[in-house]
Every structure is written in structure tokens, then in C-alpha cells.
Design a protein. Structure first.
Length: 469
């Protein structure tokens, strides 16, 4: 995007700003790797570090206020939620001016694929994969939920993956921060998440209170899909969705039904013929019995019966895999960070808030902004036009020479490379994990055309160095 900027201000050296804010010369665009209504994503090389990155161009962000608010929500949450299992924004490029910008360019670290593609391409994942994948998803949820954030749109396409089995949760556009003084009915009115992974209490606005249990249900659905290779509840509509749920779980208790707010849903479930729950070992005959016991907890029909992410991490299924008490938590997010969610705002209000978020990645300009001395117009050297031309050329030519991910793919990026530590980690040098990638991933990653032909192996850290971190 536009950068290597000079700022129009007296008494300041332009070269100082070239050094601090230079973006155009920093990234070498390679190919288009994703397109959609939101814009386009290109892969690039960070020439300062040598890292592969994804640059996501989001265009016309202020055309619709709801879209602008979603973008603001996501970039703010991804700045505040810093965890190895959550997508990380590396950088957001400085716009040409504070007042007139309409596109933004967000830089992530490039990831190989997403969990949807991994599941789709493979039918030979091991029990160790199942365990490792679920642990990472729950570990991320523990962190997210302790921040009082609900993701609300968890599904395989919103969980990124790479060749060393690392998973990262992305797409926080529908996420919300829960505050005790926020009315639940207002809080959830715009919920539009994918039906197949939606908790039963969201099928018809069931319960008077929503909780982090909605995300736990989604993880249970994703885990079942990892085990079988197929979506667990592929409902065609809300009624069909409820039918599929009750076919597996049985009809809910009268107590549960009595607390359903939606009258039509309450009548439908009350009039439904009595269904007995199906034994999970019959439905999933090849799965680890311990995995099924945990999955049954995650998929409890009544949200109060589902475990928290932390409780799920302590399940016997993960015995010896990690230390739950050492998995990081997050301080609850201040309600002042999300005042815009609690009052009526204009497009200009949201534009100013997005600009403020962008400045978080430009420390000197942020300092000037906070001091009231920042300037609103920036000049760019010719390198900026070259950068823009690279991006436009790839858009016009459909990313010639590179694989195009599905049009609904909105993120192709993730944080820095995995460093195994006792604080964050799982004992991947344990003999149970030895050769895991070489045994499975080499074959299944080759099936995914967007991935490298020869996947990376786990980064090994010897025990002394690992424990010393």
C-alpha cells in the first residue's frame, strides 16, 4: 500500500519518516492467493526479514457502515488478543491521508491452508492429529473467553493450518466482547454465523442468556468433522438443523424446552416424537473412546452442561499432553475499547477509529496523534506507485502463476513460526509425536495444491533449551 512516507510538517526530516514508515519498498508482491467481495489477498516477501507474508487489501470499507464496523472490530480484537493459536496482524499500512482513505492493506504472516482444506484432502489423519488439533483450538478458546470475547463464527474455514500441524483461529468479524451491563437482546441481534456449526440455543434465539458455550459447541462440531471428514449437522434450514441435532443427541429435556424463548422452536421441540440419543461409539466406531467422551460433553444440548474451554483442556483425553494451568489467559477487555458497539456512530466516527487502530502499527505517528501534533496528509515517493501497480496487475490477471483459494476465504495468514515452549506448548518431542509429519503430513499436504510440495517438519527443540525458555 502507500508508504515510505514523508510527512508534510516543518522541522522534521523526511528521511526520518522514510525509515519509520517505509512500506512500499519493504514488501515484494508475488501472486494473488485469495479473492472475494471484501477485496483481494496477495502473497509477498517482507524484504526486511525475508518472511513470507499475506497482504490483504480491503476495498471500499466505508461503503456500508456495518462492514466498516466489522473491520474495525476485527483489527481491534486481533491487536488485543495476542496468542500463538490466534491469527496475528503484523502490520497495517499507513493510508494516504487521515480523512480521505477508503481502502486498507493489512499484513499477516502467510499460512499454508485452512482446516477445511486439510479435512477435505485427507481421510488418514491419526489419533495424535485429532488430539493435537483439538487441544490447540481449546487452548485458543480459553484465552479468547477469559478476555470476555465470544468468537461466534467458528468453522473449519476460519481455522488456519500449516505444515507443522499448527492451527490458528482467524476471522473475528462477528466476534463480540461481553459486558455485564450490555443487554443480551441487543448484543446478539446481528448474529449470522454459519448454521452447521451454530449452537442449538442460537437456532431460534433459544435461551435468555448466551455464554461462551456457543463456541464450545462449534468446536465440538469441528472435532466431529475432523474425525469423520464430513460435517456433523449439515442442516438445510433451522428445522432440519434441529432434526439432525436431536437425531444424534435425543430430544432435550422438558426443563430445557421450557426455557426456550422462541415460541415456534419451543412448540416444534415439544411436539417432536421422543428420540433416544445415539451411542457415540456406534456413530463414530473408529474414534478413540476418550475423544468421544469429551466430544459428547462439548455437544451437550443444554449450554449449561457444556464444559468451559479450561475444563475441556483438563479432560483425561489430553492426559500428558500439556499443563492446563500453564496455558495463558487474557485480561478482560475494557468496555471503553468497544464503545462504538454501544452507541450510534457515523461512518466518519468509524473512519477515525480505524485510522487510530492503524496508527498502533506506526509508533511515532501514534505518539504525534496522541499529542495532537500529527498531520493529516502524507506524500509518497515513486515506490508507492510501483507497489500499487503490482497489486493492480495481479488483480487484473487473476494471480497468474499462483494458486487461487476459494472466493470466500478471507484470511491466509498467521503469526510467527512456531517455537515450542513449556509455557505455551505441548511436548512435541514426546515419542508419541515422533515422525508425525513424516508419517502423515507429507502425503496429505501434497494433495492440497496451494501447499508446498515438501512440507516442513516440526521444529525440534532439545529438552534443555525447551525447559529453559
Amino acid at each position: 500500500y502507500k508508504s515510505a512516507v514523508s510527512v508534510v510538517c516543518s522541522g522534521s526530516s523526511e528521511m526520518d519518516f522514510f525509515s519509520e514508515y517505509g512500506d512500499a519498498n519493504r514488501y515484494k508482491i508475488q501472486e494473488v492467493i485469495g479473492k472475494g467481495s471484501y477485496g483481494v489477498v496477495c502473497s509477498a516477501i517482507d524484504q526486511h526479514t525475508g518472511d513470507k507474508v499475506a497482504i490483504k487489501k480491503i476495498h471500499n470499507i466505508f461503503e456500508h457502515l456495518s462492514d466498516a464496523a466489522r473491520i474495525l472490530r476485527e483489527i481491534k480484537l486481533l491487536r488485543l488478543l495476542r496468542h500463538p493459536d490466534i491469527v496475528e496482524i503484523r502490520h497495517i499500512m499507513l493510508p494516504p491521508s487521515r480523512r480521505d482513505f477508503k481502502d486498507i492493506y493489512v499484513v499477516f504472516e502467510l499460512m499454508d491452508t485452512d482446516l477445511h482444506q486439510v479435512i477435505k484432502a485427507n481421510d488418514d489423519l491419526t489419533k495424535e492429529h485429532h488430539q493435537f488439533f483439538l487441544y490447540q483450538m481449546l487452548r485458543a478458546l480459553k484465552y479468547i473467553h477469559t478476555a470476555n470475547v465470544y468468537h461466534r463464527d467458528l468453522k473449519p474455514k476460519n481455522i488456519l493450518a500449516n505444515a507443522n500441524c499448527k492451527l490458528k483461529i482467524c476471522d473475528f468479524g462477528l466476534a463480540r466482547v461481553a459486558f455485564n451491563d450490555t443487554p443480551t437482546t441487543v448484543f446478539w441481534t446481528d448474529y449470522v454465523a454459519t448454521r452447521w456449526y451454530r449452537a442449538p440455543e442460537l437456532c431460534g434465539s433459544f435461551f435468555t442468556k448466551y455464554s461462551p458455550a456457543i463456541d464450545i459447541w462449534s468446536i465440538g462440531c469441528i472435532f466431529a468433522e475432523i474425525l469423520t471428514g464430513k460435517p456433523l449437522f449439515p442442516g438445510k434450514n433451522v428445522v432440519h438443523q434441529l432434526d439432525l441435532m436431536t437425531d444424534l443427541l435425543g430430544t432435550p429435556s422438558l426443563d430445557t424446552v421450557s426455557r426456550i424463548r422462541n415460541e415456534k422452536a419451543r412448540r416444534y421441540l415439544s411436539s417432536m416424537r421422543k428420540k433416544q440419543p445415539v451411542c457415540f461409539s456406534e456413530r463414530f466406531p473408529k474414534a478413540d473412546p476418550a475423544a468421544l467422551k469429551l466430544m459428547q460433553r462439548l455437544l451437550a444440548f443444554d449450554p449449561k452442561d457444556r464444559p468451559t474451554a479450561e475444563e475441556a483442556l483438563a479432560d483425561p483425553y489430553f492426559k500428558g499432553l500439556g499443563k492446563v494451568e500453564r496455558e495463558p489467559s487474557c485480561q478482560p477487555i475494557s468496555k471503553f475499547e468497544f464503545e462504538f458497539e454501544r452507541k450510534k456512530v457515523t461512518k466518519e466516527d468509524v473512519k477515525e477509529l480505524i485510522f487510530r487502530e492503524i496508527l498502533e502499527y506506526h509508533p511515532q505517528l501514534l505518539k504525534d496523534y496522541m499529542n495532537g501534533t500529527e498531520k493529516t496528509n502524507f506524500l509518497y515517493p515513486s515506490a508507492v506507485d510501483n507497489f500499487r501497480r503490482q497489486f493492480a496487475n495481479l488483480e487484473e490477471n487473476g494471480g497468474k502463476g499462483g494458486a487461487i483459494v476459494p472466493s470466500d476465504r478471507k484470511h491466509v495468514s498467521l503469526p510467527s513460526s512456531l517455537v515450542i515452549s513449556w509455557y505455551y506448548g505441548i511436548a512435541l518431542h514426546d515419542k508419541r509425536w515422533s515422525g508425525l509429519l513424516q508419517f502423515i503430513l507429507h502425503q496429505f499436504l501434497q494433495k492440497i495444491r496451494s501447499l508446498p510440495k515438501f512440507p516442513k517438519g516440526f521444529q525440534q527443540v532439545d529438552q534443555e533449551e525447551w525447559l529453559a525458555r
